[in-house]
Design a protein around this ligand. Structure first.
Ligand SMILES: [Zn+2]
Length: 119
């Protein structure tokens, strides 16, 4: 049977035949490097989820005062350290593009006014 040459996912080096047939890494060094990389990605995802939750809490709190009826200045969100870059998706509500957090979302208008939504 012909042995297929397998390359390491981390360094691109040839995986020695002495390593487990399922191994994607040439050495324990590369294996550990990959593990650290995955842990870092998981950490970044956790950080993003925390920000998403934080954003959601801000919107939920403001929703109690403004609902979907009243507009308010984006300054209110800025003062609370709202992170504009983090949201879970975009949806269309009443013909408007809204950024969705979890159960709340918002539309930011060009005049810097914000309208909230609850899903
Ligand atoms: Zn390697």
């Amino acid at each position: 049977m012909e042995e297929k040459i397998r390359l390491c996912f981390i360094c691109g080096g040839i995986i020695p035949t002495t390593r487990n047939g399922n191994s994607k890494f040439c050495s324990s060094d590369c294996y550990n490097q990959n593990k650290a990389k995955l842990a870092k990605i998981a950490g970044q995802q956790n950080a993003m989820e925390r920000v998403l939750l934080y954003n959601e809490e801000i919107l939920a709190e403001l929703y109690q005062s403004y609902g979907s009826i009243y507009y308010f200045s984006a300054k209110l969100l800025i003062e609370k350290d709202f992170n504009w870059a983090i949201y879970s998706g975009e949806v269309t509500v009443n013909g408007l593009i809204a950024k969705k957090l979890i159960t709340h979302g918002y539309t930011l208008f060009t005049n810097q006014n914000v309208q909230l939504w609850k899903f």
